[in-house]
Design a binder for this molecule. Sequence first.
Ligand SMILES: Nc1ncnc2c1ncn2[C@@H]1O[C@H](COP(=O)(O)OP(=O)(O)OP(=O)(O)O)[C@@H](O)[C@H]1O
Ligand SMILES: [Mg+2]
Length: 168
Amino acid sequence: MNECILRMKGISKSFSGVKVLDDVEFNVRSGTVHSLMGENGAGKSTLMKCLFGIYQKDAGEIYLDNKLINFADPKHALEHGVSMVHQELNQVIQRSISDNIWLGRYPKKGLFIDEKKMKRDTIELFEKIEIEIDPNTPLHKLSVAQRQMVEITKAISYNAKVIVLFRN
Ligand SMILES: Nc1ncnc2c1ncn2[C@@H]1O[C@H](COP(=O)(O)OP(=O)(O)OP(=O)(O)O)[C@@H](O)[C@H]1O
Ligand SMILES: [Mg+2]
């Protein structure tokens, strides 16, 4: 069986003295898909927010690839291969798929944006997850499901080891 890529152990979190998470354990092996289920207010979002450093856990440890980690914020998590894909999409729908994926980190050729590389890299990522859409397509022409695939592609482009599909 695959190694645990992510281990959350003994996670506790209280808000104003009310214990929302009490000694929670959550393990994820690579190559597996999990869904976190529970009634409203059960603490699912809180657990994930503790992983991403949106909330600071009161107790417990988180290991990524057997290394103890404590992310300061989602950007820090992303840099270490833990990526959050929000259900509420935050995209620039007038812009193309490649623009949305590489926004803020465009590949450069001298002073200019290397459009060809951007398109090539996007197609390469799309091949990995088996989608066939022209990367130049503006997002407003896509369905919501396709736009979500673009977000997942973006997460993969950061070499994500763990992708959390998240809703508040
Ligand atoms: N920032 C906060 N301050 C105070 N209480 C909070 C905060 N965030 C979450 N809670 C409380 O913690 C509990 C767990 O909330 P959480 O959002 O994690 O539940 P959930 O399982 O994601 O629920 P849902 O299915 O509605 O998304 C709830 O009682 C909620 O009111
Ligand atoms: Mg929630």
